[in-house]
Design a protein around this ligand. Structure first.
Ligand SMILES: N[C@@H](CCC(=O)N[C@@H](CS)C(=O)NCC(=O)O)C(=O)O
Length: 205
């Protein structure tokens, strides 16, 4: 298997963490795509992912799988029991609910802030709507308070074990830090959770 990625960016981190949690890192060849230089918009890469984003998982039969949720599903079911994406109907539903919220309320929101309200990827940005970016920054801040509430009284978003949305939220907070926004001091549960996730070997991925 190969994963096309740009190592410093938050969505590739999600795929790396999922692979590490499943003990699959050594079975994957990581191929760097220089996103700031626009390599993800070149025809060769667009053949793998017409959306022009990293990461992309490429299987040994050349099947290309983009979108971190799909990549995580694949990796989770490739080795041992699926721990990141759940086993029972209820677990799977709850994981996907929080996964979508971790994207919409934090990671995608702060990405929109980056792309629209800051220089973002510079000349590579097709359109920039500053007000939309600023609005999404507020969404991300509200999202952090929402997840702080979810984490009250439990170690991870769905109880005592790390699942896919924990990885997504962790990647979102990385970008929030990079944008120098930071987690509000009042979000004590979220701060404690970030420390806990950060200590897992997969977070060093
Ligand atoms: N929904 C996608 C998001 C992927 C994404 O936005 N990746 C960023 C890097 S963190 C990217 O490739 N950005 C390039 C661009 O927007 O031009 C996923 O889950 O993989």
């Amino acid at each position: 298997m190969k994963i096309y990625e740009f190592r410093a960016f938050p969505n590739p981190l999600r795929a790396r963490m999922a692979a590490a949690e499943k003990g699959l890192t050594d079975r994957i060849e990581f191929v760097q795509v220089n996103v700031p230089n626009g390599e993800h918009k070149l025809p060769e890469f667009l053949q793998l992912n017409p959306v022009g984003k990293v990461p992309v998982l490429v299987l040994d039969d050349d099947t290309a799988i983009a979108e971190c949720t799909a990549i995580t599903e694949y990796l989770d079911h490739s080795a041992g029991t699926p721990v990141l994406t759940g086993e029972t109907p209820k677990q799977r539903a709850q994981i996907h609910m929080l996964q979508r919220r971790a994207e919409a309320l934090v990671l995608d929101a702060i990405s929109d802030y980056f792309h629209h309200a800051t220089a973002g990827l510079g000349k590579l940005e097709p359109i920039q709507i500053k007000e939309w970016g600023e609005y999404q920054r507020q969404v991300a801040i509200k999202g952090m308070h929402y997840f702080d509430g979810v984490l009250r009284g439990q170690h991870y978003l769905l109880g005592e074990h790390l699942t896919m949305p924990d990885i997504t939220l962790f990647a979102g907070l990385k970008l929030i830090d990079f944008m120098q926004i930071g987690v509000p001091d009042t979000c004590k549960h979220l701060l404690g959770w970030r420390e806990r996730v950060g200590q897992r070997p997969s977070a060093a991925a």
